[in-house]
Design a protein around this ligand. Structure first.
Ligand code: RTP
Ligand code: MG
Length: 140
């Protein structure tokens, strides 16, 4: 059964452009509740650890540099079928391929600077949420 939480980041491009509030509004309007949230800035080392699954991919070094280039919001979101529904809301990785009305279609600048992250499985949602938040920093 699908769990009801997912993990997201508002990436440096969207944070820097002042789009965090508008993105959060779309997330809440789609029925997600924020159960943990903070502004933070990743070091290159922490970004490398977070994206370790991608370490063999050609874009890994660029991605880690980009994700540590400015502040982000990290958040845990709650909704039925959270992982799948959130990935639908954000749209395809490359904004050129993202459906109309999706967060990436509206706010992403490029395939890398694509406004938001969304976990790709229940297992990764848990791992990624635990990467940023301890028990006292989230709604249990
Ligand atoms: P995310 O993990 O951020 O939600 O994105 P995703 O599942 O749609 O994409 P994924 O394959 O997991 O890639 C992670 C992030 O790496 C950057 N990327 N750059 N230059 C490229 O070809 C390329 N491909 C991916 C994007 O920032 C992507 O979100
Ligand atoms: Mg991914």
């Amino acid at each position: 059964m699908a769990t009801n939480r997912t993990f997201t980041m508002i990436k440096p491009d969207a944070f820097g452009a002042g789009n965090s509030g508008a993105i959060l509004k779309m997330i809440e309007d789609a029925g997600f509740k924020v159960v943990a949230m903070k502004a933070t800035k990743l070091t290159p080392e922490l970004a490398g650890k977070f994206y370790e699954v991608h370490k063999e991919r050609p874009f890994y070094a660029d991605l880690c540099a980009y994700m540590s280039s400015g502040p982000i919001f990290a958040a845990i979101l709650e909704k039925d079928n959270a992982v799948e529904d959130f990935r639908k809301l954000i749209g395809a990785t490359n904004p050129a391929d993202a459906a109309e009305g999706t967060i990436r279609k509206i706010f992403a600048k490029s395939i890398e600077a694509n406004a938001v992250h969304g976990s790709d499985s229940d297992e990764n949602a848990t791992i990624e949420g635990n990467f940023f938040f301890n028990q006292a920093e989230r709604v249990l």
